[in-house]
Write a protein that binds this ligand. Structure first.
Ligand SMILES: [Zn+2]
Length: 385
């Protein structure tokens, strides 16, 4: 397949190329070169498929997440997973890391997509998140209370077929009584889980909003901090020293705040999101400017944060952090791809051919990524408008 590209972004921060042909063979990028000969498809702008490094397929962006989980069966939620996988792919998200589900939903979804039975992005799944007893997300998590239990829980996720591990280092917004600023799993528990995960080649992500919890997780050796909203200068130093990624999930609080008065959300959810919303942009911007690697991830599935609305995360990166459209695209393709580890996120020879064909140049605004004209996954047309 040959795609003629008006403007071509490979996912890096290199200057985009103009009037080149993207040649795809056997599902991977063969060459990117000067325009010549016949082509199969053409577009004003071509980018890599988007990579969402933080999503929960099982969550359907309803106003009350915990009520949604407790009020539905596992099989009903699997159907939601299937629906959300299709919506994400059609919106141009070709790789997703699911960082926490009930049982093995996201793992089974991954296998169904891989075998072609279900339409969806490439998926890397964490299985159930490890949390302390009664901790944030315990309603879909695996509760652990000492280092050996943490190791055992990692082995359980591995046995289910998980690709990576998710830890809960602090309280969170959606769980009643869980204070975002307070640490939850200890550094010792997280370190044990990470050593076990590394033994099996698994990367580890930590949900961490509060300052101490972020630093505990970084010292314990996580690959990425999810949210990271209350980071401080010492945390920025640790990020850089350890080479850890930051997935700021700007959409999660923004979507809750947008529906603060009309969404019918629990009062404690709105209150916690509003408090974080007032300070997080400044902290995340500071980390990014200091050179911390920012990877795109939206926390899709949380209230009013739809799986097909990942472009909102890029819009927030531009608006709240001051990124250029290409920098936001880079965070949501190459950097997120590097973190997720599916080999996607950049369009370079040999890489999987996951690409979006757009009607406008991204340079004019990341809104150009909304409703891609054609979504290519593994060299085949996955969806066309
Ligand atoms: Zn999450």
């Amino acid at each position: 397949m040959i795609v003629r590209c008006g403007v071509f972004y490979d996912g890096t921060l290199e200057k985009p190329r103009e009037n080149v042909d993207l040649r795809i063979e056997n599902g991977t990028v063969a060459t990117i070169g000067p325009a010549e000969g016949d082509y199969d498809l053409s577009a004003a702008c071509v980018t890599p498929g988007l990579v969402n490094a933080h999503a929960h397929f099982e969550l359907n962006a309803t106003n009350d997440t915990v009520a949604e989980i407790t009020g539905t069966t596992l099989s009903q939620r699997m159907l939601i997973c299937v629906e959300n996988a299709r919506k994400a792919l059609r919106a141009g998200v070709t790789t997703v890391r699911d960082v926490g589900c009930s049982g093995s939903l996201s793992i089974d979804l991954r296998d169904a997509v891989d075998s072609g039975r279900v339409e969806g992005p490439r998926i890397r799944a964490a299985g159930s998140a490890l949390c302390m007893t009664g901790g944030h997300g315990h309603w879909i998590g695996r509760e652990v209370d000492n280092p050996w239990e943490a190791r055992k829980a990692v082995r359980e996720q591995l046995a289910k077929g998980a690709d990576c591990i998710k830890l809960i280092a602090t309280g969170g917004v959606l769980t009643k009584g869980a204070v975002p600023g307070q640490p939850q799993l200890s550094e010792e528990e997280m370190h044990a889980a990470i050593v076990e995960a590394r033994t099996h080649g698994m990367r580890v992500a930590a949900h961490a909003i509060g300052t101490e919890g972020i630093k505990n997780a970084l010292r314990a050796g996580v690959t990425s901090i999810e949210h990271g909203h209350l980071l401080d200068d010492e945390a920025i130093g640790l990020f850089k020293e350890r080479g850890a990624y930051l997935v700021p999930t700007l959409s999660a609080p923004a979507c809750i705040i947008d529906h603060a008065s009309d969404g019918g959300q629990p009062e404690f959810v709105v209150r916690k999101a509003v408090a974080l919303g007032e300070i997080l942009a400044g902290n995340i911007r500071k980390a990014w400017r200091a050179g911390v690697k920012l990877a795109g991830g939206s926390d899709a599935g949380t209230p009013f944060n739809f799986h097909e609305e990942y472009v909102r995360e890029l819009e927030l990166m531009c608006r709240q952090l001051g990124m250029s459209p290409q920098e936001a695209l880079h965070a949501a393709t190459a950097v997120a791809g590097e973190l997720v580890g599916a080999g996607t996120g950049t369009l370079t020879p040999g890489a999987p051919a996951d690409a979006l064909l757009l009607t406008r140049d991204v340079a004019g605004g990341v809104q150009a990524l909304r409703e891609p004209q054609t979504v290519i996954k593994a060299g085949a047309i996955a969806f066309a408008r």
